[in-house]
Design a binder for this molecule. Structure first.
Ligand code: AN0
Ligand code: CP
Length: 324
């Protein structure tokens, strides 16, 4: 494998932590071709994966990426297996929380060289979520590099894998990529669409976001995107259709649209340029995406999930090179 110049990476919480997207993308594709090229880079280094919420892909792909680099991995479902954590400063802890994140994060940092943390938003207090209160506590107190495994507002490992997938499957230099809202039965975070938007606005693509009226995302993540409430119009000539539900940002955490017409179907696919359909998974069949799409030839959802390994491996490689 060609030796690429190491780039310093001290944390991975957003696309903005990456100095050169093209070069980390090349690195991920090179690792995909040759997964064990650096199988001793992580020797005697420990990755801790801390989950405050469920996960299938992030958990397995990040573990696999670390193992490919020769790291040791510790996984903990803190929400179920740990003590209830206090996040607020200056409180008298006479309630249900048992230890403060100040100690918990600092202790984790004693056992791990890199820590991955998954901390979904509560979807109740917009300012708490959008200030990334939990992620920032870990950043402040653990003393080692942090990798976001999906925070309150962003999911950068997912978006990086999405960019890898688009790069592999694009047929033109500048494909049209459409992020479209889809219905769901629950209130979901805005992290996946925020993050996808943030990455696509920096990528070499024509990027359109389609959503019902009340579903505008925070402008700080969508600057540069074309935004419309007309899904059919957006889908015209699309090369990639990224389907995702999210709850309202303005009327924070609310579900104000249940319009089943927003579900992605083969009929809608016929408006596109034989577009490839993407979803980060887990997906609700018959709600967000039809069976015919998920089981059909245009779905890229499994390839996307597979690419999570190479995104995570490139990120861990950069961080390992920075802390060597
Ligand atoms: C989560 C979300 O929408 O953020 C995780 C996606 C990777 N999805 C669900 O909770 C269903
Ligand atoms: N896409 C994704 O992050 O999946 P998990 O929630 O299963 O990790």
């Amino acid at each position: 494998m060609a030796t690429l110049t190491p780039t310093l990476l001290k944390q991975f919480t957003s696309v903005n932590d990456i100095a050169d997207i093209e070069s980390i993308l090349k690195d991920a594709l090179a690792l995909k071709k040759n997964p064990f090229a650096q199988s001793s880079l992580g020797k005697n280094k420990t990755l801790g994966l801390m989950f405050l919420n469920p996960s299938l892909r992030t958990r397995l792909s990040t573990q696999k990426a670390a193992l490919n680099l020769g790291m040791n991995v510790i996984v903990m479902n803190i929400d179920k297996e740990g003590w209830a954590l206090e996040m607020q400063d200056g409180v008298v802890m006479n309630g249900t929380t048992v230890e403060h994140v100040k100690e918990a994060a600092a202790v984790m940092g004693q056992y791990c060289d890199i820590i991955g943390i998954r901390c979904f938003p509560g979807l109740k207090d917009k300012s708490e979520d959008y200030n990334e209160v939990v992620l920032n506590k870990f950043l402040s107190y653990c003393g080692v590099p942090i990798v976001s495994l999906e925070s309150a507002t962003l999911h950068p490992l997912q978006s990086f894998a999405d960019l890898i997938t688009i790069t592999e499957h694009k047929k033109t230099n500048r494909p049209k990529v459409v992020l479209t809202w889809a219905p769901h039965v629950k209130a979901l975070p805005q992290a996946v669409p925020n993050s996808f938007a943030e990455w696509m606005c920096k990528a070499s693509v024509d990027f359109v976001i389609a959503h019902p009226e009340e579903y505008d995302l925070d402008k700080k993540f969508t600057d540069g995107a074309t935004i419309t409430n007309n899904q059919n119009e957006a889908l015209k000539n699309a090369d990639f259709i990224y389907v995702k539900n999210w709850s309202c940002y303005k009327d924070y955490g609310k579900v104000s649209c249940m319009d089943t017409n927003w579900m992605m179907t083969n009929k809608k696919l016929s408006l596109t340029n034989n577009g490839k359909v993407m979803h980060c998974l887990p997906v609700r069949r018959g709600i967000e995406l039809s069976d015919e799409i998920l089981d059909g030839p245009n779905s890229l959802v499994i390839q996307q999930a597979a690419n999570r390994v190479w995104a995570a491996q490139a990120v861990l490689k950069y961080i390992l090179e920075s802390i060597k």
